[in-house]
Design a protein around this ligand. Structure first.
Ligand code: HEC
Ligand code: HEC
Ligand code: HEC
Ligand code: HEC
Ligand code: HEC
Ligand code: HEC
Ligand code: HEC
Ligand code: HEC
Length: 311
C-alpha cells in the first residue's frame, strides 16, 4: 500500500468509475471495471474482501482497467485510492439458480459499457464503432470488438456463429440506449437457425418449463462451453440444480430387483456413441409427447425402457 503525506492526499480526488454504472448485472463470473484515477496505486475490494487486480499507466494513462471475481448474488465493489473510495453494486445471477432480487431478466440491465456516454470515453483509445454499416453476418475476426471480448471469443470450443465471430447475427448494434441487445425471449435469437427445435416446441404435446419460457440460455451458453451441446454444466448437475430432490440418487425405482435405483450418470449411453448416460438420456429437455418428457417420443414407460434394454 502507498502511504501519502496528508497534505498531498488532500488534493487528490476519489477514483471515478466509468463502467459499470452504479447498479449493474451480469451472468459472467468475472467483472471488468474501468475507472479514472489520479495516481495508479488503487485497491479493489469485493464485499469487503481484497479481490481482483488493476492495470493502468503507460498507454492506458490514468484509466485503470480492472477485473475481479464475482460471487453469485449481490457484490459491492469498491475501488480506493489515496483520494477516497468509489463504489458500485453488481448483481451476478446464475441462470439455473434462484433469481437474484433486482435482476432484469429481459436484457443486460442498465449500467455497462455500450452506452453512448461511456463509449465516448473508451473511444479516446479504442475503436468503438466497428459494427457500423456491417452486414448482419459479417465476420468481425481481428477486430478490437473480438479482442476486448477475448474471454468469450477465445474459448477452446465455440458455438458455430461465435467461432465465425459473427456477433451481429445475435447482437443488434442499433439497439438503444444499450447497444448489442439480443431478441427477447432469447429463443427468437436461436430459432433463426435452430428451426428444428422451434418445430418440436410448437408441435409436441408437452413442453419443459424453462424451454417453454423461451430462455434457452438457462441451460446453454450461447458462446460455447466445454460441455456437450454447449451446456452451462454437466447435464446431471444442470438438471439437479433445479430438480434438487433427484440428487438423492433414488429415481425410477419401480420394478428394481437389484439395487434400489436406476443409474443416473457416469455410464456409457447404450445406443448413442460417445455420449454419457444421464438425465437427458431418458428426458427430452425441450418438448416431448408424454407428460414426463420421455425421449424418443414414447408415451408408454415400458417402451422407454425397451429402447435401451432390448429384451
Ligand atoms: C487512455 C487510453 C485508454 C482508454 C480511455 C481506455 N482504454 Fe482500454 N486499453 C488501453 C490500452 C493501451 C490497452 C492495452 C492494449 C494492448 O495491450 O494492446 C487497453 C486494453 C483494453 C482491454 C483489453 C483487456 C485488457 O485489460 O488488456 C479492454 C477490454 C479495454 N481496454 C476496455 C476499455 C473500455 C471498456 C474503456 C472505456 C470504459 C477503455 N478501455 C478505455 C487504453 C485505454
Ligand atoms: C474497448 C473494448 C470493447 C470493444 C471494442 C467492444 N466491447 Fe463489448 N463490452 C466491453 C466490456 C468491458 C463490456 C462489459 C461486459 C464485460 O466485461 O464483458 C462489454 C459488453 C458487451 C455486451 C454485453 C451487453 C452489455 O451492454 O453489457 C455485448 C453483447 C458486447 N459487449 C458486444 C460487443 C460487440 C458485438 C462489439 C464489436 C462490434 C463490442 N462489444 C466491442 C468492451 C468492449
Ligand atoms: C448465437 C447467438 C450469439 C452470438 C453469435 C454471439 N452472442 Fe453474445 N450473447 C448471446 C446471448 C443470447 C446473450 C445473453 C446471455 C444470457 O442470457 O445468458 C449474449 C451475451 C453476451 C455478452 C454479455 C455476457 C454477460 O452475461 O454479461 C457479451 C459480452 C457478448 N454476448 C459478446 C459477444 C461477442 C463479442 C460476440 C461475437 C464474437 C457474440 N457475443 C456472439 C448470443 C450470441
Ligand atoms: C446463425 C445461426 C445460429 C444461431 C442464431 C444459433 N445457432 Fe446454435 N448452432 C449453429 C451451428 C452452425 C451449429 C453447429 C456447430 C456447432 O455445434 O457449433 C450450432 C450448434 C448448436 C448446438 C449444439 C448442437 C449439436 O448437435 O451439437 C446447440 C445446443 C446450440 N447450437 C444452441 C443454440 C442456442 C441456445 C442458440 C440461441 C442463443 C443458438 N444455438 C443460436 C448455428 C446457430
Ligand atoms: C432445461 C435445460 C435446457 C433448455 C432450457 C434448453 N435446452 Fe437445448 N438442450 C439441453 C440438453 C440437456 C441437451 C442435450 C440433449 C441430449 O443429450 O440429447 C440440449 C440439446 C440442444 C440442441 C442439440 C440437440 C438437439 O436436440 O437438436 C439444440 C440445437 C438445442 N438444445 C437448442 C435449444 C434451444 C433453441 C432452446 C430454447 C428454445 C433450448 N435448447 C433450451 C438443455 C436445454
Ligand atoms: C431452471 C430450472 C430447471 C432446470 C435446469 C431443469 N428443469 Fe425440469 N422442470 C422445471 C420446471 C419449472 C418444470 C415444470 C414443473 C411442473 O410443471 O411441475 C420442470 C419439469 C420437468 C419434468 C416434468 C415433470 C412433471 O411432473 O411433469 C421433467 C421430466 C424434467 N423437468 C426434467 C428435467 C431434466 C432432465 C433436466 C435437465 C436436462 C431439467 N428438467 C432441468 C425446471 C427446470
Ligand atoms: C432411465 C431413465 C431415466 C433417467 C436416467 C432419469 N429419469 Fe426422470 N423419469 C423417468 C421415468 C420413467 C419417470 C416417470 C416416473 C417413474 O416411472 O418413476 C421419470 C420422472 C421424472 C420426473 C417427474 C416425476 C418425478 O419423479 O418427480 C422428473 C422431474 C424427472 N424424472 C427428472 C429426472 C432427473 C433430474 C434425472 C437425472 C438426475 C432423471 N429424471 C433421470 C426416467 C428417467
Ligand atoms: C437411454 C437408455 C436407457 C433407458 C431408456 C433405460 N435404461 Fe436402464 N440402464 C441404462 C444403463 C446405461 C444402465 C447401466 C448399465 C451398465 O452399467 O451396465 C441401466 C441399468 C438398468 C438396470 C440395472 C440392471 C442392469 O441391466 O445393469 C435396470 C433394472 C434398468 N436399467 C431398468 C430400466 C427401466 C425399468 C427403464 C425404464 C423405466 C430403463 N432401464 C430405461 C440405460 C437405460
Amino acid at each position: 500500500m502507498t502511504v501519502l503525506p496528508l497534505a498531498l492526499s488532500a488534493f487528490l480526488s476519489a477514483p471515478r468509475i466509468i463502467a459499470p454504472g452504479e447498479v449493474s448485472q451480469t451472468t459472467q463470473p468475472t467483472l471488468r471495471l474501468f475507472a479514472e484515477v489520479e495516481e495508479a496505486a488503487a485497491r479493489l475490494e469485493v464485499n469487503g474482501q481484497p479481490a481482483g487486480s488493476c492495470e493502468g499507466g503507460g498507454k492506458r494513462e490514468k484509466v485503470l482497467h480492472c477485473s475481479a471475481p464475482l460471487e453469485p448474488g449481490e457484490n459491492v465493489v469498491e475501488l480506493s485510492s489515496a483520494g477516497g473510495t468509489a463504489k458500485v453494486l453488481v448483481r451476478r445471477y446464475v441462470t439455473t439458480g434462484p433469481i437474484v432480487p433486482g435482476v432484469d431478466l429481459f436484457g443486460f440491465g442498465p449500467g455497462t459499457v455500450h452506452r453512448a456516454e461511456v463509449e465516448k470515453q473508451c473511444a479516446r483509445c479504442h475503436p468503438m464503432d466497428e459494427a457500423k454499416d456491417k452486414a448482419k453476418d459479417e465476420r468481425l475476426s481481428g477486430s478490437e470488438c473480438v479482442r476486448c471480448h477475448a474471454p468469450l471469443t477465445e474459448r477452446p470450443k465455440q458455438h458455430g456463429p461465435v467461432g465465425q465471430a459473427a456477433c451481429l447475427l445475435c447482437h443488434d448494434p442499433s439497439s438503444a440506449p444499450q447497444r448489442y441487445a439480443v431478441k427477447w425471449p432469447i429463443q427468437e435469437t436461436c430459432f433463426y437457425c435452430h428451426f428444428e427445435i422451434k418445430k418440436a416446441m410448437d408441435t409436441k404435446a408437452y413442453r419443459h418449463g424453462p424451454a417453454a419460457a423461451g430462455r434457452c440460455t438457462t441451460c446453454h451458453d450461447p458462446h460455447g462451453s466445454d460441455q456437450p451441446f454447449w451446456l452451462k454444466k454437466h447435464p446431471y448437475d444442470l438438471c439437479t440444480n433445479c430438480h434438487t430432490e433427484k440428487r438423492s440418487g433414488r429415481h425410477v425405482i419401480v420394478g428394481f430387483v437389484y439395487g434400489d435405483s436406476h443409474p443416473l450418470r457416469g455410464r456409457p449411453h447404450p445406443i448413442k456413441r460417445d455420449v454419457e448416460f444421464a438425465c437427458p438420456s431418458c428426458h427430452n429437455p425441450h418438448a416431448a409427447q408424454a407428460r414426463y418428457l420421455w425421449q424418443f417420443d414414447v408415451t408408454v414407460r415400458e417402451k422407454l425402457c425397451r429402447t435401451c434394454h432390448a429384451k
